[in-house]
Design a binder for this molecule. Structure first.
Ligand SMILES: Cc1cc2nc3c(=O)[nH]c(=O)nc-3n(C[C@H](O)[C@H](O)[C@H](O)COP(=O)(O)OP(=O)(O)OC[C@H]3O[C@@H](n4cnc5c(N)ncnc54)[C@H](O)[C@@H]3O)c2cc1C
Length: 433
C-alpha cells in the first residue's frame, strides 16, 4: 500500500526466537532464511501500527472518526442502512453500498447478524507488561525469548527504544474471576521465578491481566455485509498472528470488492471471501491453540516430555526453518479455493520474481498474466482491460502460463499458451448468476 518504509523505520527487526527452560536452551530458530524480502519479525507496538495506518489513510484524504458508534443496521437489496451515534449524543443515518465490520471481538455487526462465535474461553490467566529490562540477562536484544516454566510460559519480546514486552501465562487459573492489574513488583517477582535472578524490571508503561478466547464465525459475510479481523476470529497471542490475520482478511476482501464495485467482476466473486479466509482463520486458530496448550501443560511428566522433544527436534536445521516460516504466515495458501485452477496454483507467487508489492496490487487491483509469449499475452490482456494488467510478464517457468491474483497468489496455473484456460478462468470471474 506504500507505507512499508514508515513501518520499517518505526519497528525493531527481530531476527529469531529461542526457547528455554531456566538456564537450559531447548532450541532456537532464525528468520534470516525466510523466503521474503522482509526476513525478520517487525516488533512494533499496535498503537504505532494504528497511528501509521491512519496517517497513510489521511494521505488519501480519508479520516478515521473516533467516538462514533454503529448502533443499528439493516440490509436492503442494493444498499445497507446504518445508524451511528456520535459522542455528543446526536445520531446520524448512513446509507452505504457495503458495510465491513472490523469492530473487534465484541462486534456489534456479528451479533446483529446473529452469527454465532463458536469456541471456548481458555481457562488460564495471562499477564502483559511493557517495561524496560535491565541487568545481567543473556538473551540477545534482537530475539524473542520464551521460557517454559512449570507454572506457565513466560516470553520476552524486544521492542523499539530499548523496551520489552513480557507475556506470561499461569497454568493455575483464577477461575475467570477478574483480578486487579499486576504491579511492577508482581512482574519483578514473576521474572525472578520464571527466568532466574539478575534481571531488573523498571519503567512500566502498561501492566494488565487478560484472558484468551478461541472463537471463530463460520460465515464471514451475509449479502452486502462482511466481517474482518477479531470480529471474525480471536485466539491466543501465541505466534503473534491475530492482527496480521485480520489485515490479510481485509486485503483478500479489498481487491475483490474493488473489482465488483468497478463492475469488472461479478458480485459472485465476493462469495469466495468466506471459504478462503475461514480456512486460513481455522488454521491460525488451531496453531495458536496448540502452541498455548503446549506452553501451559500442567503435568510434570508432560512438561518434561515436551522439553525433551523440543530439544531433540530443534537439533534439526529443517525443523528450525519450518518453525521460522510458520510464524510468518507466508506458507498459507488458497490451494483448495474456488478461485484456484491448475496444479501448483493457490500458493503465494514467489517474491523472487518481482520487486516490492505484488504486481497486480494498487489503486486499481488487477490480475497479472505471466507467459513466455509477450506479444500474444499483450493481445490477450487487451481483451480484459479491467481485469488484467495490460503488461504481461515473462513467466519464470517458461512452460507455464500463470494468472497471478492482485493479492499475489497464483489463481491459474496452466500449460504455456493454453489461452483457452486463461479465457475460461477470467470469464468465470465475470459471469453473473
Ligand atoms: C496481549 C495481546 C498481544 C497481541 N499480540 C499480537 C501480535 O504480536 N501480533 C498480532 O498480529 N496480533 C496480536 N494480538 C492481536 C491483535 O491485537 C488483534 O488481533 C487486533 O487488535 C484486532 O484488530 P481489529 O481491528 O480486528 O479489532 P480491534 O483492534 O479490537 O478494533 C476494533 C475497533 O472497533 C471499534 N468498535 C467496536 N464496536 C464498535 C461499534 N459498534 N461502532 C464503532 N466502532 C466500534 C473499537 O472501539 C475498536 O477501535 C495481540 C492481542 C493481545 C490481547
Amino acid at each position: 500500500m506504500g507505507c512499508t518504509p514508515a513501518f520499517l523505520e518505526n519497528g525493531l527487526h527481530c531476527h529469531g526466537a529461542s526457547f528455554h527452560n531456566g538456564k537450559t536452551v531447548l532450541g532456537h530458530h532464525r528468520f534470516d532464511n525466510v523466503a521474503s524480502p522482509y526476513n525478520f519479525g517487525l516488533m512494533i507496538p499496535q498503537v504505532d501500527t494504528e497511528r501509521l495506518l491512519i496517517e497513510h489513510l489521511q494521505s488519501f484524504g480519508v479520516t478515521v472518526e473516533r467516538q462514533v458508534e454503529l448502533t443499528l443496521f439493516g440490509e436492503a437489496p442494493d444498499h445497507v442502512e446504518a445508524r451511528l451515534k456520535h459522542a455528543d449524543g446526536h445520531e446520524e443515518a448512513v446509507q452505504t453500498s457495503w458495510l465491513i465490520g472490523c469492530d473487534g471481538a465484541h462486534s456489534t455487526l456479528r451479533n446483529g447478524l446473529g452469527f454465532s462465535f463458536e469456541g471456548v474461553t481458555d481457562p488460564s490467566d495471562w499477564l502483559l507488561a511493557d517495561i524496560r529490562l535491565e541487568g545481567d540477562h543473556q538473551t540477545p536484544s534482537d530475539q524473542i525469548a520464551a521460557f517454559l516454566h512449570p507454572d506457565g510460559p513466560f516470553a520476552l519480546f524486544p521492542m523499539a527504544k530499548g523496551r520489552t514486552r513480557i507475556i506470561a501465562g499461569f497454568s493455575k487459573s483464577s477461575g475467570g474471576k477478574s483480578k486487579p492489574n499486576p504491579t511492577l513488583q508482581d512482574v519483578q517477582d514473576l521474572t525472578d521465578k520464571r527466568v532466574g535472578r539478575g534481571w531488573l524490571v523498571t519503567d512500566p508503561v502498561w501492566l494488565a491481566n487478560f484472558y484468551i478466547n478461541e472463537r471463530k464465525v463460520s460465515e464471514y459475510s451475509k449479502g452486502r455485509i462482511f466481517l474482518a479481523g477479531d470480529a471474525a476470529h480471536i485466539h491466543s497471542p501465541a505466534g503473534g498472528q491475530g492482527m496480521n490475520t485480520g489485515m490479510q482478511d481485509s486485503i483478500n476482501l479489498a481487491w475483490k470488492l474493488a473489482l465488483v464495485v468497478r463492475e469488472e467482476a461479478s458480485p459472485r466473486l465476493l462469495d469466495t471471501y468466506t471459504p478462503e479466509r475461514s480456512e486460513v482463520g481455522a488454521k491460525v486458530l488451531h496453531n495458536a491453540t496448540l502452541m498455548t496448550e503446549l506452553g501451559t501443560l500442567k503435568s510434570p511428566i508432560a512438561q518434561a516430555t515436551r522439553d525433551a522433544v523440543m530439544r531433540f527436534m530443534f537439533g534439526f536445521h529443517s525443523v528450525q526453518e519450518r518453525e521460522a516460516t510458520s510464524f510468518t504466515e507466508i506458507e498459507l495458501d488458497y490451494s483448495q479455493g474456488l478461485l484456484t485452477v491448475g496444479a501448483r496454483a493457490g500458493g503465494r507467487f514467489s517474491p523472487r520474481y518481482y520487486d516490492g508489492p505484488p504486481p497486480g496490487i494498487g489503486n486499481k487491483p488487477r490480475f497479472v498474466l505471466f507467459t513466455s509469449d509477450y506479444e500474444q499475452g499483450a493481445a490477450f490482456a487487451s481483451r480484459f482491460p479491467g481485469l488484467l494488467d495490460p503488461t504481461p510478464r515473462i513467466s519464470p517457468d517458461r512452460k507455464r502460463l500463470l494468472l497471478v491474483r492482485p493479492d499475489g497468489y497464483v489463481g491459474l496455473s496452466a500449460t504455456d499458451n493454453d489461452w483457452a484456460a486463461a479465457e475460461e478462468y477470467l470469464r468465470q470471474l465475470v459471469i453473473t448468476g
